[in-house]
Design a protein around this ligand. Structure first.
Ligand code: GLC
Length: 648
């Protein structure tokens, strides 16, 4: 039972009605119930004898921060913590889209005018990429922050953001924004003060007078951007010191070993969510704690720190939840939901990066063996947690599979990764994919993949060649992968543009501040001209849009698709097929069967019946709403086909 559940229980015992008038009193109750864990975590990271008075400083800050929480949002907090909308983020009704505001609608007012577009598609949860001020040149798509709360003028103003969140609430939509918790830009006010010699702010970062400690760190820290930003430290001539810069050289890592940094950041976080944010995306959170002799990723202290953020939020804004952007090894991802006493008290949602990467592996190999093996090796998540399931996002596709599992299939892990890079990055003439390499490291052959969903799945090549079969396959694959993220359990997050099969955008190659970063290949501008013609068109864009829209509405009609840890994987014996079942509390169930092969594949119909499907009236596929014809007791799935079958 996590802290949220404990509050629910306490509130139930009271037998008093939860009304907004009691918001203050309930804050006190949450503070009392959480304080001992907060103290435990805080003093484990920052022992009182080394940091006298810091815990008091934090505790004194909390009521002040709560006093700034707007009334309307306090009421929402209560509804989500104690009311009927408590598991909103696990609901089958939730469908997300991720977008860059400038590429999608130019600015925030433009986005407000586009809200009906999301409603038409069935999307009611938006992840807006960083909106805050950033350096003028390279800025990692806004992930180099000059401020956490000032809005970039090109996108709009604070007022525009408040108008947007108000309008979204009115329409029952949810918002996710980034909290770039690991680093600031080198132009951030703290960095500027540090550069001017202010030692207080110098201690907000990791800075060193010479290479001695940086060299020690380098021995065990991997490189994130080896091609464009090798190493983990950058020399700053103004300070005449080396600064830790794990990502780009202009992104300075915050020093969380200093409790002042945590107290500042929790205050900033509260200010940020008071815009009306429902989910905070903790960016690059695996990197939050650094320690010599380690990779400085996924350290136990980082988990404690994230929990500390979560529990302070639990007290201050309990309706807001945290998403872990932890693109780490599969076995490490579930740790971000919290372990032991912290179970369910760390992040509420995490990217299902393993599923995403495995889907791309299955497309290239046309097989599901690694997918099954890997999914089965991931520990079950806590009941209160959920995934964000996605096909593509703004980043690259990393090939972070478990080497041992690849080897167990009889493949060589390194050659297998090389095959995937070649398949997706135009090194194999027969491959339909058209992607690019990201951060290729010739020293060890490691690399990652970029490209839009449609181009990676063959639509771009098919259109260039006028190859109808390749085009039909590309469309089927786009829908197959989206059908999976819509039915797998968790929040499906569609990447803006994928709903109309948007191809790669090569314009970044002409832009000096972007051309080194091939991730811009998959960050296209939204094509509103194409969208305006969807209704009259019969081309691939319209086909993808309307079939995806249909899948979304189907998801929302099936309460078993809400995430209740109710996913069961089934082995069919056919290596090209993925089959899983979502079961309800009663007799309800949906069986999803997917074919990753370019040829028709069959499975034993008797086996499907033995699971309780198709016994009475034959097999009816919900997606096509037609009956599936058996052939000699076998259930045939077309090339890249997918069935959703309802339990009788
Ligand atoms: C996250 C973002 C990525 C960014 C990095 C550094 O991984 O998704 O786009 O480059 O953090 O902030």
């Amino acid at each position: 039972m996590n802290q949220t559940a404990i509050h629910r229980l306490l509130a139930e015992y009271e037998k008093k009605e939860i009304t907004p008038a009691r918001s203050e009193e309930l804050f006190q109750l949450r503070l009392a119930a959480n304080l001992s864990i907060i103290k435990h975590l805080f003093s484990s990271l920052y022992p009182e004898n080394e940091h006298p008075g810091m815990f008091d400083k934090l505790v004194n800050r909390l009521p002040l921060l709560f006093s700034k929480r707007p009334k309307e949002l306090r009421a929402l907090d209560l509804e989500r913590t104690y009311g009927r909308n408590d598991h909103w983020y696990q609901s089958e009704q939730l469908v997300g889209m991720q977008l860059y505001v400038d590429h999608f609608s130019d600015n925030l007012p433009g986005l407000i005018s586009r809200l009906p577009y999301f409603e038409e598609l069935g999307v009611n949860f938006l992840h807006l990429m960083p909106l805050t001020t950033r350096p003028a040149g390279e800025n990692d798509g806004g992930y180099a922050v000059n401020s956490y709360t000032e809005i970039d003028k090109r996108l709009g103003s604070k007022k525009d953001l408040l108008l947007l969140t108000k309008e979204m609430r009115k329409r029952g939509m949810y918002l996710m924004l980034d909290f770039v918790v690991n680093h600031t830009s080198d132009e951030f006010s703290w960095a500027q003060k540090a550069k001017q010699g202010d030692s207080r702010y110098r201690d907000y970062y990791y800075t060193y007078p010479d290479r001695e400690i940086p060299d020690q760190f380098e021995r065990s820290m991997p490189e994130v951007f080896p091609e464009t930003s090798p190493g983990n430290f950058t020399y700053n001539p103004e300070m005449q010191r080396w600064v830790m810069t794990v990502f780009n050289k202009y992104q300075w890592d915050l020093n969380y070993a200093n409790p002042e940094v945590f107290i500042e950041m929790i205050s900033i976080l509260l200010e940020k969510i008071n815009y009306g944010v429902d989910v905070v995306r903790f960016d690059a959170l695996a990197f939050l704690w650094k320690k010599l002799g380690t990779s400085s990723q996924n350290l136990p202290e980082a988990h404690m720190l994230i929990s500390l953020f979560r529990l302070c939020m639990q007290v201050l804004a309990p309706g807001v939840i945290i998403l872990a952007e932890a693109i780490v090894a599969p076995k490490d991802i579930t740790k971000y939901f919290g372990n032991g006493i912290l179970e369910g008290n760390e992040c509420d949602v995490a990217y299902n990066a393993s599923l995403m990467a495995l889907l791309w592996n299955s497309v290239a190999t046309k097989k599901t063996n690694l997918l099954y093996k890997s999914l089965r090796s991931v520990p079950e998540k806590p009941a209160s947690a959920t995934w964000i399931n996605y096909v593509r996002c703004h980043d690259d596709i990393g090939l972070g599979y478990d080497d041992q599992l690849i080897e167990e299939l009889g493949w060589n892990a390194q050659s297998h990764r090389r095959f995937l890079l070649e398949y997706y990055c135009q090194r194999l003439h027969w491959s339909p994919a058209k992607g690019m390499m990201f951060m290729y490291n010739p020293k060890n052959g490691d690399g990652r993949i970029t490209g839009s969903t449609a181009s990676l799945l063959g639509l771009e090549k098919a259109l260039e060649r006028g190859d109808e079969e390749m085009k039909a396959h590309a469309i089927a694959k786009i829908l197959l992968l989206h059908g999976i993220i819509l039915s797998f359990g968790g929040i499906p997050m569609i990447y803006a543009g994928d709903e109309i099969g948007t191809l790669n955008d090569y314009s970044f190659l002409q832009m000096p501040d972007k051309k080194e970063d091939t991730r811009w290949l998959n960050r296209p501008r939204q094509n509103w001209e194409t969208i305006a013609e969807l209704g009259d068109s019969k081309n691939e864009t319209a086909e993808i849009f309307y079939r995806l829209k249909h899948l979304i509405s189907l998801r929302k009609e099936l309460p078993v698709l809400a995430d209740r840890n109710n996913l069961q994987l089934h082995n069919t014996g056919n290596p090209h097929i993925l089959a899983y079942e979502r079961t309800g509390p009663g007799e309800d169930g949906v069986l999803v069967i997917c074919n990753f092969d370019e040829a028709e594949q069959v499975i034993d119909a008797g086996w499907v019946q033995s699971l309780g499907y198709g016994q009475d009236s034959g097999f009816k596929d919900l997606i096509s709403s037609s009956r599936v014809k058996l052939s000699s007791g076998l259930l045939p799935l077309p090339a890249y086909g997918q069935f959703w079958i309802l339990k009788d």
